[in-house]
Write a protein that binds this ligand. Structure first.
Ligand SMILES: Nc1ncnc2c1ncn2[C@@H]1O[C@H](COP(=O)(O)OP(=O)(O)O)[C@@H](O)[C@H]1O
Ligand SMILES: [Mg+2]
Length: 266
């Protein structure tokens, strides 16, 4: 019913810990989406709605399938399996990130920056996506030059990294390679920035789409919500950076510079 557009019917599931947090987040997302839908209707953007619902359904269906498969397997075997439990916990994490992303888009929460290393954030997201990448024949190269700290809202920054990795993966349906790079650069004013790049070996971005990819609801993917890059751009700008990209026939690179933490920026 929700996928069909009924956003006024929260899910009622009793459960402990992560699952109930997830249901909570989902219900909050529904009410956020409901508000957002009302605004969209008002601005005659009805056509976008079908796209958003399809996008959301897709982002939620995959992890739910994987959770359900692993639960069924354990039911059949009659015992708990460590690897299955790990997958389930990863998928729940992934759903949470999807929810957070949608919630962020529907309502603007205050950002809460903390000192952290971009390398650690990248590794954390890679940990969540490792299996999915292996499954799709995507290998990962890391080129971390140092670990200068930045001060960012870690959840939002993880969403950015995850979005960029998902896009990279989707641009390589037959597999390929993703390179994650970080380096610290000196700014002309004496401060420092941490430059982060995510490069893929996918189909790249067509010239005629270059201007559009950061616009909300622009997508060349079937069922794509077209919100990923719009959200990434907003989060990076909020963190004091700029999100840009290069594209060639060898693939695409998305890159952003984040100011180093004050301790590194006298
Ligand atoms: N790494 C990439 N390689 C090629 N094209 C990309 C890449 N990342 C984004 N794009 C293009 O930008 C569009 C918008 O991306 P995004 O905002 O994440 O929305 P969605 O993923 O839902 O399509 C994509 O549909 C695709 O055409
Ligand atoms: Mg995307």
């Amino acid at each position: 019913e929700i996928a069909g557009g009924r956003l006024d019917k929260p899910i009622d599931v009793k459960g402990g810990g992560e699952i109930s947090a997830l249901v909570d987040a989902f219900n909050r997302m529904l009410s956020g989406l409901k508000n957002y839908r009302e605004k969209l209707v008002a601005s005659e953007k009805l056509a976008a709605l079908g796209q958003i619902s399809a996008g959301i359904a897709h982002e939620i269906r995959n992890p739910l399938n994987s959770i359900s498969m692993n639960v069924q397997m354990m039911e059949k075997e009659g015992k708990l399996d460590k690897e299955s439990l790990r997958i389930i916990s990863n998928e729940v994490q992934r759903l949470k990130l999807v929810m957070d992303e949608l919630l962020n888009f529907t309502k603007s929460q205050a950002s809460s920056p903390t000192p952290c290393s971009m390398n650690d954030l990248m590794d954390e997201v890679l940990g969540l996506m490792r299996r999915q990448m292996e499954h799709r024949g995507v290998s990962v190269m890391k080129d971390y030059q140092d670990s200068t700290e930045v001060r960012v809202d870690t959840n939002r920054m993880k969403q950015v990294i995850m979005n960029l990795l998902i896009n990279a993966m989707q641009a390589m349906p037959a597999g390929g390679e993703i390179t994650l790079q970080t380096e610290t650069l000196a700014r002309p004013d004496g401060g420092k920035v941490v430059r982060c790049s995510i490069t893929d070996t996918g189909h790249g971005i067509a010239e005629e789409n270059a201007e559009k990819i950061f616009q909300p609801f622009f997508s060349t993917r079937e069922g794509g919500a077209g919100l990923g890059l719009a959200i990434c751009k907003r989060i990076i700008e909020e963190a004091g950076g700029v999100l840009g990209f290069f594209s060639s026939e060898d693939g695409a690179t998305f890159r952003f510079d984040i100011p180093a933490h004050a301790a590194e920026n006298p």
